[in-house]
Design a protein around this ligand. Structure first.
Ligand code: ADP
Ligand code: MG
Length: 247
């Protein structure tokens, strides 16, 4: 599958802004890593570079083991805005993930149905995006990311625009999907509780330029439940500790 090595990653934009300064991080195969940090510290920039949507100024990124086969994508990315095609129904939006892959139509249909069932949208295959709530749109975006089963998933505040209850529900769904189709996930969030709920490790970045300030292992057993985990004493301790690091 895929492990990720980030070595001496520095990003300086043409404007002169240094977004990231010598970021070093090793992510294990199948690990769920959450990245938190003050607004503007380079979280999105780091994720965009990891996803191949931007380039580093210095340093390097190695993603080992991704995309061995022609019918697989090396990674998928989910952003805060679901960015669905408004002219395609839900099922077509999810199936679009296979656009460049040589996967037979029947297989695509089967996998789209399967993943829509897993995110609670079994009845919405023929629904138009404008008919969906914000939470449902993000479910479609998550389904589109999982449907091809890539070894790596990058998520940039995917639930950031949603209300708290919807976020907690989606956190549980994401964990169930990830347990069923293991993959390496890098999840950027401004939600400290969300990070502690989901991740194997939480990476705390400093204010811009972003550097790794601390890496906090989160040892809660899995499967986890996003509601009951909040009652654990260590949960509150992790949350307070991360808050202290961020101020
Ligand atoms: N394309 C760009 N050109 C110039 N500056 C940018 C660009 N993208 C982001 N930045 C700047 O880089 C810094 C980090 O941005 P970003 O990675 O979006 O932060 P975060 O996601 O942590 O809030 C910010 O100061 C932002 O204004
Ligand atoms: Mg951002």
């Amino acid at each position: 599958m895929a492990s990720i090595a980030i070595e001496h990653l520095t990003k300086r934009f043409a404007s002169g802004t240094v977004a990231l300064d010598d970021v070093n991080l090793e992510i294990d195969d199948g690990e769920f890593v959450a990245v938190v940090g003050p607004s503007g510290c380079g979280k999105s920039t780091m994720l965009r570079i990891l996803a191949g949507l931007d380039v580093a100024t210095e340093g390097r990124i190695t993603i080992a083991g991704a995309a061995a086969r022609a019918d697989e994508l090396p990674s998928a990315t989910v952003f805060q805005e679901a960015s669905l095609f408004p002219w395609m129904r839900v099922g077509e939006n999810v199936a679009f993930a296979f656009d460049s892959l040589p996967v037979p139509r029947d297989e695509v249909r089967r996998r789209v149905r399967d993943v829509l069932g897993l995110v609670g949208l079994a009845e919405n295959e023929r629904t138009w995006p404008h008919q969906l709530s914000g939470g449902m749109k993000q479910r479609v975006a998550v389904a589109r990311a999982f449907v091809t089963d890539p070894p790596v998933l990058f998520m940039d505040e995917p639930f950031g625009a949603l209300d708290e209850q919807t976020r907690v529900g989606l956190a549980n769904e994401l964990m169930r999907l990830w347990e069923r189709s293991p993959k390496t996930i890098v999840f950027v969030t401004h939600g400290i509780e969300e990070a502690v709920t989901l991740a194997d490790r939480v990476v705390v970045l400093s204010a811009r330029p972003g550097r790794v300030k601390e890496i906090i292992p989160i040892g809660f057993p899995r499967p986890r439940d996003a509601v009951t985990i909040r009652g654990a004493r260590e949960f509150g301790e992790h949350v307070v500790h991360i808050w202290e690091l961020l101020r």
